[in-house]
Write a protein that binds this ligand. Structure first.
Ligand code: SAM
Ligand code: DTB
Ligand code: SF4
Length: 352
């Protein structure tokens, strides 16, 4: 009992330090804490957040959230799979990997006009960002050219642009930036220690290098991972530590709940308790106070009460529209009703 009280007190002081860094912006020590790139958060400290009584964790997360964001605003992005299936990689969760027998049919790169029609529809439905995803290990130069055109034209429609195309080679991030790309999504997926259980065709280091290229090209970084793949709580904390300890944490952190797809190796994994998912969102919010935390894949299998808890825990962006890339997502009407019930405003998200 005494031990758990001590741990709780220690974690409260860590969170208070985070809160201090946002309040006392001129305080040099606080700024140092905020900008230090090495071990800003240890895995043990993040595990201790997970272990807090749920109400205490939620209180800390809400407190941090309110210091940085309008608590009633949620940013919405719509996804489009511009090139589907037939991927050479072996990501154990993914229905688009050519080597697994799933119901996904391979489709070539979409035509520009069709992408623009989908982007217009997303805009009309209230999305502020349009994210184009391709089932590639990484884009070849001849793949990139038509995508650059898509980015430029979607941007010209007044939408923010995001792309997730796999690993980037030297020079490719700059081309994306020049075309008008605002965000690049590339996930670390899990903790380094668990990574090899899920993917063997690219390394953790490959992923970090792509993220460095994105950062160096001055594109906003969107990087997160998947929870519920059979990883331990320590490994969930390990993923968050990787993200939070980056020299600059990602602007956007998608937290996906594994969508289990028949035919993939991870199909049949024991389902994660959803309170643990909410805890992961809260820990992401506390450890990355100024990042958007995106409640990503898996919403279709979450009761609206769980989604409400995720927003309370500090999630402030979602994917919107009835499809993610190849799997389902709540339809726009369902989300609009949920937002109305919760008093969530999807326009005018502002950082405070
Ligand atoms: N091929 C590119 C790549 O891997 O970077 C871009 C598309 S890939 C589908 C984008 C991300 O979607 C993956 O990194 C993974 O985090 C997420 N994802 C894929 N399948 C998923 C699933 N079944 N459940 C949850 N997230 C998934
Ligand atoms: C992210 O982290 N989640 C999105 C987006 N980035 C590209 C993708 C989720 C994919 C879920 C499985 C599918 O629909 O194929
Ligand atoms: Fe290919 Fe991306 Fe799926 Fe991995 S996650 S198999 S790289 S589409």
């Amino acid at each position: 009992m005494l031990e758990s009280t001590n741990k709780s007190t220690a974690i409260n002081s860590i969170v208070e330090a985070v809160i201090d860094t946002s309040c006392i912006k001129s305080n040099l020590a606080a700024e140092k804490l905020a900008s230090s790139s090495v071990n800003r958060w240890s895995v043990a400290e993040i595990v201790a957040l997970f272990e807090l009584p749920f109400s205490d964790l939620m209180y800390q997360a809400q407190t941090v959230h309110r210091l940085h964001f309008d608590p009633n605003a949620v940013q919405v992005s719509t996804l489009l799979s511009i090139k589907t299936g037939g991927c050479s990689e072996d990501c154990g969760y993914c229905p688009q990997a050519a080597r697994y027998h799933t119901e996904v049919e391979s489709e070539p790169l979409m035509r520009l006009e069709d992408v623009l029609t989908a982007a217009q529809e997303a805009k009309d439905n209230g999305a502020s960002r349009f994210c184009m995803g391709a089932a590639w290990r990484g884009p070849k130069q001849r793949d990139l050219e038509p995508v650059l055109k898509m980015i430029a034209e979607v941007k010209a429609m007044g939408l923010e642009t995001c792309a997730t195309l796999g690993m980037l080679k030297e020079g490719q991030a700059e081309q994306l930036k020049d075309a008008g790309l605002d965000y690049y999504n590339h996930n670390l997926d899990t903790a380094p220690e668990f990574y090899g259980e899920v993917i063997t065709t690219r390394t953790y280091q490959d992923r970090l290098e792509t993220l460095d290229r994105v950062r160096d090209a001055d594109i906003n970084v969107c990087a997160g991972g998947i929870i519920g793949m059979g990883e331990s709580r320590n490994q969930r904390a390990g993923l968050l530590a990787q993200l939070a300890n980056m020299e600059r944490p990602p602007e956007s952190v998608p937290i996906n709940l594994l969508t289990q797809v028949e035919g993939t190796p991870l199909h049949g994994t024991e389902e994660l308790d959803l309170i643990e998912f909410v805890r992961t969102i809260a820990a992401a919010r506390i450890t990355m106070p100024s990042s958007y935390v995106r409640l990503s894949a898996g919403r279709q299998s979450m009761h609206e009460g769980i989604q409400a808890l995720c927003f309370l825990a500090g999630a402030n962006s979602i994917f919107y529209g009835e499809k993610l890339l190849t799997t389902g997502n709540p339809d726009a009407v369902t989300d609009k009703n949920l937002f109305a019930k919760l008093g969530i405003n999807q326009a005018g998200v502002s950082q405070v």
